[in-house]
Each structure stands twice: as C-alpha cells, then as structure tokens.
Design a protein around this ligand. Structure first.
Ligand code: ZN
Length: 185
C-alpha cells in the first residue's frame, strides 16, 4: 500500500468510525424518543431519525424553497408502530399526489447494521496498522513485508524508501546463517 493510499485509508477509517459512534449513540436514544435532525437548503430537506432500533434517512423535496435554510430537529414520543424489530430494512418513495405536495424518499435499517457497516473499515485499519508496526519492528518493509535488515534505506523488493519509525536498535537481529552439513570438518 503506497503512502497516499494509506492516508486515504486512514481518512476513510476515521470518517467511518465517527459514523459508527453516531449510530451507537443514536441506538439507545431511539428507544427513549423519536429524534429527528435535518438540514434544509432551498426546497430540499435531508434528515435522519432514530426510533426504536431503526435509523432512517429521509429526503423531502418541497414545491417552494424555504425562507430559512439550516439545521433543525424535533423530539417526539414513540408510536406503537415504531417497534418494527431488529430486521427493519426498507425504502419508501412517495411522489407528490397533489399540486403543492412534497416528494419524499426514505431509507431505513436497524442500528446494528450501521454499527457493523461503519465499524468494518476501522477494524480493518487496526489490523493493517498492527501488521505495519510489526513489520517495521522486525526490520521488514512496511509496504510489502520484505526483510530489509540488510538494506534498511530502501526495499529491494518494492522500492519503498524512508522507513519512518525504523530504528536499528529496535530491530530483531537476523538469525545466524545456516551452514550446510559439509562446511564443518
Ligand atoms: Zn517493500
């Protein structure tokens, strides 16, 4: 993995972790109240809502732009039909029926699904990070894992240079050279 790709991967893991934490926080909140947070810009309103184990994303398109753009939200009591269980996936497309009506598109899924989805990338990142550190400590190329103890400045396998974090003293020494049976008298 090149340094640029590693940085992009780290960025994706941070964004994903943030979303994972948000889903984790919204989960218990949704069993307390229906909490809806939205952002309105012009005629479009995009919002997320947590309710009884389900997280939904909704887009409203109004016939007229709003007078005020920006963030908003609402806290409401739970309804009996909010309790749809742990496998509540769905999509609803509701076009305007009359003139002046708004269009609505909604997608929803259980919180556990979002936690698993957004948690996957950070988990992969931790595995890769540990492997890279392990390779560096063992004097291996952090990019391809090739043994660089003989050539610490540059990997002969993939050409990776500047092994940041590479320290001579922290590197486990190479095993003694094996001698063939006929070498000793
Ligand atoms: Zn390499």
């Amino acid at each position: 993995m090149t340094r640029m790709r590693w940085r992009l991967f780290t960025f994706a893991a941070v964004v994903s972790m943030t979303l994972c934490v948000m889903a984790l926080v919204a989960w218990p909140v949704g069993y307390w109240r229906r909490v809806y947070v939205y952002y309105r810009f012009g005629a479009i309103q995009v919002g997320v809502q947590t309710h009884a184990g389900t997280m939904s994303l909704g887009i409203y398109e109004y016939p007229r732009p709003a007078l005020m753009n920006g963030w908003g939200g609402a806290v409401r009591g739970l309804e009996a039909d909010d309790y749809e269980g742990l496998f509540n996936f769905g999509h609803l497309h509701s076009p305007p029926r009359r003139i002046g009506d708004n269009l609505y598109d909604g997608w929803w899924c259980p919180h556990w699904f979002l936690v698993a989805l957004f948690g996957a990338t950070p988990a992969m990142w931790v595995v890769r990070f540990r492997r890279r550190r392990e390779w560096l400590l063992r004097g291996r190329c952090r990019k391809c894992g090739y043994d660089m103890r003989a050539t610490p400045e540059r990997c002969p396998e993939c050409g990776e240079i500047d092994q940041k974090g590479y320290r001579e003293e922290s590197v486990i020494p190479a095993p003694p050279e094996q001698h063939a049976a006929g070498d000793h008298p």
